[in-house]
Design a protein around this ligand. Structure first.
Ligand code: HEM
Length: 486
């Protein structure tokens, strides 16, 4: 979630420390390239009411020019004392060096808490440490590698379905990608599909994310939890559906395990067998359920939005699309991704990384200081909200050349070394880095390469593209595109 802060005195707004400049190799020709759509940064800080409304409607539209120009912007507003940090060295300090001084904060727990309970994403302290130790092996390179086949299967089914559609048909690619990533989760988390119809499940997950991810003014103002929130009436039945669905899946698997029949080696079996290597303790029923929901919520739209933005950006940059089409044609002579060659899709991966730079699915990473700290030269008190916004960071004027333009070549192996680890944070960093980053990238490469090998997608006329931040950074109104076979 982004913040536009009250105007601080000029000294407060000025650069606190100049970060090491991490300039990717100069990129040329940006004048001729269309600028991907994004809200124009504000010239002035909005007043309290406008800020509350902005945070509810679309937090990424509340950033001011200063945020994209200053390494640190600190001030006070309705959220109390807050510092927006875009200095890679200071980010490293907050997320890694002094990570023990920060937790995720009350606002994040209130905004997301409803569905995710005590799952890994929101757990804190000892509970988080025990879960992270127990769950880390689920996403080990060996297990992630083992999921390649399911991912390729889902990608093949996606293009087979498209092959049955009329050439020139208009489809909502945001929906298509959401369906595909949910299927991947279905296969890798649960092996067999969910017990209910997949499309209904996809719709419920999407509606749930729409309502649960909206920042409620009452939460920002710190109002007690018993006060009814605007979206609560909509969220409750969705949550119930979720719980019933997940409980049914768990019961079925427990019965299977109890029968002694061989169980599929999916994330669910691993989750039920997971033990904290230090204490030997397994997860409680509630923790297993909370983590299944966490995987669905954290792993579904993040990946599908990345794919949606990548396909949109390619549709606006025919020369980039032609380059990546050459790669997939070369690497997929039979039309399928060879699981052994996923790492060879370097341009496909560069496109995905550049899409996540411009439209980071997790647009804000927020922390609350437990005790005082020094950020560069700024002293902050306990309870200060520290915001690392990948959306701001990835378009920061001090850190990137042509920050608002689409140039996948920045992420090609020969150039990538110039990018500071803490200037590009789609998956976060430090102990709470995304546990499934390699799973997500592998899945995205397989789905994007397969789509590009079989079809060409052009943005449909009449739809205006604008990123809107809910839990993830979505495209407002989906992403209608015209499908043509290659
Ligand atoms: C492109 C796709 C994805 C992106 C951009 C993404 C991004 C992130 C980010 C930024 C965080 C750190 C949040 C913070 O520090 O406050 C995170 C954490 C997490 N992600 Fe992902 N994620 C993606 C895919 C997935 C998938 C596929 C799964 C599960 C199957 C997943 C599960 C999680 C979990 C459980 C955490 C919490 C880790 C912890 O706190 O220990 N994510 N993700």
């Amino acid at each position: 979630m982004s913040l536009a802060l009250d105007p601080a005195p000029p000294r407060e707004m000025s650069a606190r420390e100049t970060p090491a400049r991490v300039r990717p190799p100069a990129v040329v020709g940006e004048g001729r390239r269309p600028r991907p759509p994004a809200p124009v940064p504000l010239d002035a800080v909005p007043g309290t009411l406008a800020l509350l409304k902005g945070l509810r409607d679309n937090p990424v539209a509340t950033w001011t020019r200063w945020h994209f120009e200053q390494p640190i912007v600190h001030g006070r507003n309705v959220l109390g004392s807050a510092a927006v940090v875009s200095d890679p060295a200071v980010i490293r300090h907050v997320l890694v060096g002094n990570a023990a001084n920060y937790d995720k904060g009350e606002l994040q727990r209130r905004t997301l808490g409803g569905g995710l309970g005590t799952g890994l994403l929101l757990a804190e302290g000892d509970q988080w440490r025990a879960q992270r130790r127990a769950l880390a092996p689920l996403f080990s390179p060996r297990h992630v590698d083992g999921f390649k086949r399911s991912m390729v299967e889902v990608a093949d089914e996606m293009v087979e379905r498209w092959a049955r559609l009329r050439d020139g048909r208009r489809i909502d690619i945001a929906n298509e990608m959401a369906r595909a990533t949910l299927r991947v989760l279905g296969r890798t988390v649960f092996s067999e599909a969910m017990s209910g119809p997949e499309d209904r499940f996809a719709r419920v997950v999407s509606a749930f994310l729409e309502s649960v991810g909206q920042v409620d003014p009452l939460d920002i103002l710190g109002m007690p939890a018993w006060l009814p929130r605007l979206g609560a009436a909509r969220t409750k039945p969705l949550l119930r559906y979720f719980e019933e669905e997940v409980t049914a899946i768990l019961d079925k698997r427990r019965a299977l395990l109890a029968s002694g029949a061989p169980a599929p080696q999916d994330l669910l079996t691993l989750l039920l067998a997971a033990r904290d290597p230090e204490t030997g303790a397994g997860l409680s029923d509630d923790d297993v359920r909370a983590n299944v929901v966490t995987f669905l919520i954290a792993g579904h739209e993040t990946t599908s939005n990345t794919l949606t933005w990548a396909l949109y950006l390619l549709s606006q940059h025919p020369e980039e699309r032609a380059a990546v089409e050459r790669e997939v044609d070369d690497l997929m002579p039979e039309g399928r991704v060879d699981p052994g060659r996923v790492d060879d899709f370097v341009r496909t991966r560069a496109v995905l990384e550049e899409a996540m730079r411009l439209y980071p699915p997790a647009a804000s990473i927020t922390r609350e200081a437990l005790g005082p700290d020094t950020l560069g030269t700024l002293r902050v008190k306990a309870r200060t909200l520290v915001i690392v916004s990948p959306y701001v960071l990835h378009r920061h004027r001090l850190l990137w050349d042509a920050p608002d333009h689409f140039h996948p070549s920045r992420f090609m192996p020969e150039n990538r070394g110039g990018i500071d680890r803490f200037a590009f944070l789609p998956f976060g960093a430090g102990p709470r880095v995304c546990i499934a980053a390699s799973f997500a990238l592998q899945e995205a490469v397989i789905l994007l390469a397969t789509a590009l090998r079989h079809v060409r997608l052009d943005h449909a006329p009449g739809h205006e593209v604008m990123p809107v931040q809910r839990i993830t950074l979505r495209s407002r109104g989906g992403m209608p595109m015209i499908l043509r076979r290659r």
